[in-house]
Write a protein that binds this ligand. Structure first.
Ligand code: ADP
Ligand code: MG
Length: 331
């Protein structure tokens, strides 16, 4: 079932290595937020290196209800939901992806399923259709299904909230064909009602961030809110990473991001023009042959999600003579 099957354990590629001068001050006076989290220490050596000649071992209780969130918009939540979701399906797990971005639904577009969404959760709740009629099965991977909350541009009925989504997750668990292994919830941007609704049924979260201060500040805020909601298992994906910019000290390194947010790292996705191309074609990146760097990175993130594993950003080169990253901000 896997498209990638080298028999040896792949060595971590250059993708995971980021040049960070050892002199970088992580808390420059010029950058007040986000604050470095010290209370939630990043523990750990990743348990395993990915091995493509075996199937990942599903860890934790099913269904794993995972919300993909960020705070800031446009950082790659929907791209992550589509690509990680289809990777999970390719690994043999059953997946239901819920597009909870009500006003600006677009997961259906990324998946190329927009013409097949006839019913949404709103019709299910109104009693106008059955749940299985609202589930859109992907023709490429039949163990992947999409569920949209509402029609584009439509408003949610008053009273629609976290309880409705909990009911939905329970209904998915109780389906005749059995509970899915993964329920992925694509969260809207922001931290208002839509966000609260989306995180309510989740017991774990994937926080997508880009290596820039605005995204990090929002990610930091969202992490706090997730923890308040009782979601302890939070892992992050750092998206749109450019090693050339990190080397030129024009972009924060993944190590810096990790130090600031104090979260376990699920994956690092490089900036890749193929992402935009695949978005426009409605053909998720992970289905591309040959796979691109970003596609491989999403597959690896999916693998780690299955095994509740994490990766480590490593510092391999030290260039103490160079200016620190934050000199970019005028220090
Ligand atoms: P969100 O759901 O957080 O609002 P999207 O997943 O819709 O964000 O992504 C926003 C835009 O960024 C899209 O145009 C997408 O193609 C682009 N994008 C996301 N990840 C990458 C990447 N790794 N490289 C290049 N473009 C990306
Ligand atoms: Mg989105």
């Amino acid at each position: 079932m896997l498209s990638l099957s080298p028999t040896t354990t792949p060595k971590p590629s250059g993708l995971f290595y980021f040049t960070v001068p050892s002199t970088i001050p992580l808390h420059p006076k010029t950058l007040k937020t986000p604050t470095k989290r010290t209370h939630r220490p990043f523990s750990g050596t990743p348990r395993t290196l990915l091995q493509y000649n075996r199937k990942p071992q599903l860890s934790g209780e099913t269904p794993r209800v995972v919300v993909i969130t960020s705070g800031k918009g446009g950082v790659g939540k929907t791209t992550t939901t589509a690509n990680v979701g289809l990777s999970l399906a390719r690994l043999g797990f059953s997946v239901v992806a819920i597009d909870a971005d009500v006003g600006l639904r677009n997961l259906d577009l990324l998946l190329g399923l927009e013409n097949r969404v006839n019913y949404t959760v709103i019709e299910v709740l109104n009693g106008d259709c059955r749940l299985d009629q609202a589930l859109v099965r992907d023709k490429r991977w039949s163990n992947f299904e999409l569920l949209c909350i509402s029609k584009p541009r439509s408003k949610l009925p008053i009273g629609f909230g976290g309880k409705a989504l909990v009911w939905l997750v329970d209904a998915l668990k109780a389906r005749q064909e059995g509970s899915p292994d993964f329920i992925l919830i694509d969260c809207p941007a922001g931290i208002d009602a839509g966000f609260i609704t989306a995180i309510t049924p989740a017991n774990e979260a994937v926080l997508v961030t880009t290596p820039d201060i605005t995204s990090l500040r929002d990610a930091d805020r969202v992490t706090g809110l997730l923890e308040c909601d009782g979601i302890r298992d939070i892992k992050m994906i750092v998206n749109r990473v450019r090693t050339d910019m990190i080397k030129g000290e024009d972009m924060m390194s993944v190590l810096d991001v990790q130090e600031m947010l104090g979260l376990a790292l699920l994956g690092v996705i490089p900036e890749d023009s193929e992402v935009i191309r695949s978005t426009n074609r409605g053909y998720p990146l992970v289905l591309n042959k040959p796979p691109t760097l970003a596609g491989l990175a999403f597959e690896q993130a999916a693998w780690r999600l299955v095994e509740q594993d994490s990766m480590k950003a490593v510092m391999v080169e030290e260039e103490p003579k160079k200016r620190g990253f934050f000199s970019f901000f005028g220090r």
